[in-house]
Design a protein around this ligand. Structure first.
Ligand code: CDP
Length: 230
């Protein structure tokens, strides 16, 4: 059976990466979390002190982009790849609320997007890839055979992310997470370069009231019909 490209887009914390990982494992496809790349560039900007609560040295970051090398290394035990920033595994560090609070500012920068989109397209050039993000079906793989657009209410999304961060031991409040989710949605949807919008040919799925199993069943049925039609 010939391989297809699966693009999964949607608002923050909709569980895109959970679905994408499940599909990639089931189909033996490569999973790419494009958001982790924007998060890693954000972490770099924080480490080099190009961005803080009070200032943002955007031009400095743009000049320094050539020095950022991102790689994914697959981990058999986890069943997915972890991201490395200049040779260092940053998988855990990029998931903090602090990174989440800056990432949408970084992801607005056209030069950052150009660099990361190029790498994403290279990773998906042989198909057999499931990639999740904001602009995968619109910009990265406009010809993807299957495009999904995932939505859920802001309260439910914030609750899911809050539980995730509390579970790993981060000290965060629900209110701070909720505000971050809403603010990121706002910036991501209104930016000039590659805003978060549903591609015309994307299938929209609201998972507010779906369990993980129900969601997987529903989406896997869609995937199978695409594979059969292909
Ligand atoms: O927190 P969540 O898993 O929903 O987000 P993410 O997928 O890790 O993405 C973090 C941020 O990166 C988003 O809020 C966007 O600002 C940016 N992003 C983007 O602009 N384009 C993508 N293809 C993926 C992420």
């Amino acid at each position: 059976m010939s391989k297809i490209t699966i693009a999964i887009d949607g608002f923050s914390s909709t569980g895109k990466s959970t679905i994408a990982k499940q599909l990639a494992n089931k189909l033996h496809y490569v999973y790419v979390d494009s958001g982790s790349m924007y998060r890693a560039v954000t972490l770099y900007a924080m480490q080099l002190e190009y961005i803080s609560k009070n200032y943002f040295l955007k031009e400095k970051l743009v000049e320094d982009l050539v020095n950022i090398e991102l790689r994914f290394k697959y981990r058999d035990d986890l069943g997915y790849a972890e991201i490395y920033l200049n040779g260092v595994n940053v998988e855990k560090k990029i998931r903090t609320l602090e990174v989440s609070n800056f990432v949408s500012k970084i992801a607005e920068i056209p030069e950052v997007r150009r660099k990361l989109v190029e790498q994403q397209q290279e990773m998906g050039k042989d198909k057999g890839v499931v990639m999740d993000g904001r602009d995968i079906g619109t910009v990265v793989f406009p010809n993807a055979e299957l495009k999904l657009f995932i939505t859920a209410s802001a309260e439910i999304r914030a609750k899911r992310r809050f539980d995730e961060l509390i579970k790993r031991g981060d000290k965060v409040t629900f209110e701070a997470i909720y505000n971050n989710v809403v603010e990121r949605d706002r910036i991501d949807s209104t930016r000039e370069d590659s805003p978060l919008i549903k591609a015309d040919d994307a299938i929209e799925i609201d998972n507010s009231n779906l369990s993980l199993e129900e969601q997987f069943e529903k989406i896997y049925a869609i995937v199978q019909s695409k594979l059969n039609a292909n």
